[in-house]
Ligand binder design. Structure first.
Ligand code: M6R
Length: 592
């Protein structure tokens, strides 16, 4: 949710470096982009536009014609103020003395703005962010660094902020809730919302934690704890990321690449540290209530978890979305356990749930993909899913890996970890057979048939009920077709009124005791004219179109979601949508 990137160092083409780096952060927001560089003369020049930064090949000559060793940039996911050039970041104070970029929300911006206007400041955008620039400017008499701290002390909300000044050769940055990572090269510094922005230059990183600020200057780097105003030392961590794994390679889109990668990623997820899985299983068994928390797709995975634990370990586990968690906080005790699920490890709603639970002494286990994320760093135990960078906004490979971890945990809880592993290893090999061009082309046939529909529905039961809802998310976010997922049995209580002649309905039918029920729900839909697409190990006379999946028992959610990911991708391409960057969305939702 907004990408920030800045450079300070010996290279005089800083704006160009920021342009290239920002392109790697585009997944965080692609409504507009902007870059500001500080020429060596002190003058700050800004270029900003609506649209995607990936379409930009060169900058205005004002940003490149004179040497500039400092630059900041931003790719925006709009919150306050429409998608316009004026609202794009960076934002500046009068005379461009202070220029800033910001990720997050300045919650009390209205009262601060009113106050600043009364003091004579002139605002040009509708954003909350611009307030920070004027707030720093207002106190600049105290010096850049002090004015920056004053602005932070007045601002409420969760955000990451970077600022440069016409009068000083430095970059100041601070975080409260949104990620910021410093990369250090030889005599040069980078600061970004995510590592890929500077991976080309360095693998040495330092993490900024909440309520900390950093000052980057030619003569060194200084971290300060904003609560105590004391200098702090930071550990340098060497990242073992491979730049290539974050590239599209031979694939047209990241989404397709990531779907295909499930051949390997599931196996990597299963290859967990057994001791850790057993430790978490033991914690679940002894906890005073276990609460799974996640948002969006990670939330749907968490819901599948409640069924897995019920069936495999006969254990009741609670689930709630991060944004709904506070209503259940009173039940949390110091012996409760929270299992947070997140691909990015930066989702604000999930992080907030963790922070609230931690205050009550709850032990936190996180199942994350980004092992260096905030979530991983504030959890007591981290189970990494090891899916590798997931760049497409629609989560695919992270989803199946998260499902695999919950399956392992449920089996471990039942004292049957080996059985769980065997099941998942067999499933991984079946997925290997599934993910081939023939299967993809077969699914394309149905995508072509339904590409112009207005609505579609997905039904599932038991483990596959949350998968029906996850399928709806996949279809909505990349195809923009109205899609809804239901528990098959719920249809007759209302939603069946939406079915008319030809309405496509996907029925996820596992080969178990739920089969008869869901087939009968599909038959009810067919009787009202619905067109039934069956996702199932076996064909059935009610299906108008059959997508075969392996018979995977408790791993049925893993195999069932894959063809629907492919279908969503195919529909997006046929409808000429960019599946990697769907409208109105961003990969990592770091605002509430
Ligand atoms: O990074 P997280 O897993 O915490 O993200 C949670 C959701 O924002 C995410 O799953 C979202 O729903 C996906 N775009 C769905 O494909």
């Amino acid at each position: 949710m907004c990408g920030i990137f800045a450079y300070l160092g010996p290279k005089s083409n800083s704006a160009q470096i920021v342009l290239e780096g920002l392109k790697k952060l585009e997944y965080r927001g692609y409504d507009s982009w902007g870059i500001a560089c500080r020429r060596d003369s002190g003058e700050i020049v800004i270029e900003k536009h609506t649209g995607k930064i990936s379409d930009v090949s060169s900058l205005k000559k004002e940003l490149t014609e004179e040497p500039a060793h400092i630059a900041i940039g931003h790719s925006r996911w709009a919150t306050h103020g429409g998608v316009t050039d004026m609202n794009a970041h960076p934002h500046a104070s009068e005379e461009k003395e202070i220029v800033i970029a910001h990720n997050g929300i300045l919650e009390n911006y209205e009262s601060l703005k009113k106050d600043l206007i009364e003091k004579g400041h002139k605002f040009v955008s509708e954003t909350d962010t611009e307030v920070f620039a004027h707030l720093i400017q207002e106190n600049i008499g105290e010096g850049f660094e002090q004015a920056f701290k004053i602005a932070l002390s007045k601002g409420a909300g969760r955000y990451a902020l970077i600022a440069i000044s016409k009068n000083e050769e430095k970059i100041l940055a601070a975080r409260r809730g949104s990620p910021l990572i410093v990369g250090t090269g030889s005599d040069e510094y980078f600061i970004a919302s995510d590592i890929p922005a500077f991976l080309k230059y360095t693998k040495k990183v330092m993490y900024l934690d909440d309520d900390q600020m950093v000052s980057l200057a030619k003569d060194g780097i200084t971290f300060t704890d904003l609560k105590t105003d004391k200098k702090i030392e930071k550990r340098t961590i060497i990242i073992d990321w491979d730049e290539k794994s974050a590239e599209k390679g031979e694939f047209k889109h990241f989404m397709l690449k990531e779907i295909m990668e499930q051949k390997m990623t599931l196996t990597r997820a299963i290859n967990q540290d057994e001791e850790k899985i057993l430790e978490v299983a033991q914690a679940i068994k002894t906890a005073y209530g276990t609460y799974i928390v996640g948002c969006g797709t990670a939330g749907k995975v968490g819901m599948v978890g409640t069924y897995l634990f019920s069936h495999i370990a006969q254990k009741h586990i609670n689930f709630m979305f991060g944004s709904e968690f506070s209503s259940f906080l009173p039940f949390m005790k110091d012996k409760s356990l929270m299992i947070a699920i997140s691909q990015s490890g930066e989702t604000a709603d999930t992080l907030e749930a963790i922070e609230e639970a931690k205050k009550k002494g709850v032990k936190i286990v996180s199942i994350v993909n980004v092992e260096t994320s905030t979530m991983a760093r504030i959890s007591d135990i981290v189970i990494p899913i090891k899916a590798g960078p997931e760049k497409a906004v629609a989560s695919t490979k992270a989803t199946t890996s998260q499902l695999a971890i919950l399956t392992l945990l449920a089996y471990a809880c039942a004292g049957k970890l080996d059985e769980g592993k065997r099941l998942l290893v067999a499933t991984a090999s079946q997925i290997n057979d599934m993910l081939n061009p023939r299967y993809e082309n077969y699914i394309r046939e149905i995508a072509e048939k339904i590409q112009n529909v207005e609505s579609m529905y997905i039904i599932g039961k038991d483990l596959n009920y949350p998968i029906a809802m996850e399928s709806a998310i996949k279809l909505q976010e990349v195809s923009y077709i109205h899609a809804e997922g239901f528990a098959g049995g719920e249809l007759k209580h209302g939603p069946i009124a939406l079915i008319s002649k030809g309405t496509p309905c996907i029925a996820i039918v596992a080969n178990d005791e739920t089969k008869a029920g869901i087939i009968s729900n599909a038959t009810e839909i067919k009787a009202r004219g619905g067109y039934i697409i069956g996702v199932s190990p076996e064909n059935n006379s009610v299906f108008d179109f059959w997508i075969k999946v392996p018979d995977a028992g408790m791993a049925s959610p893993i195999v069932s979601i894959i063809p629907i990911q492919i279908l969503a991708y195919q529909l997006a391409v046929l409808r000429q949508n960019n599946p990697d960057m769907p409208r109105n969305l961003a990969k990592s939702v770091t605002v509430k």
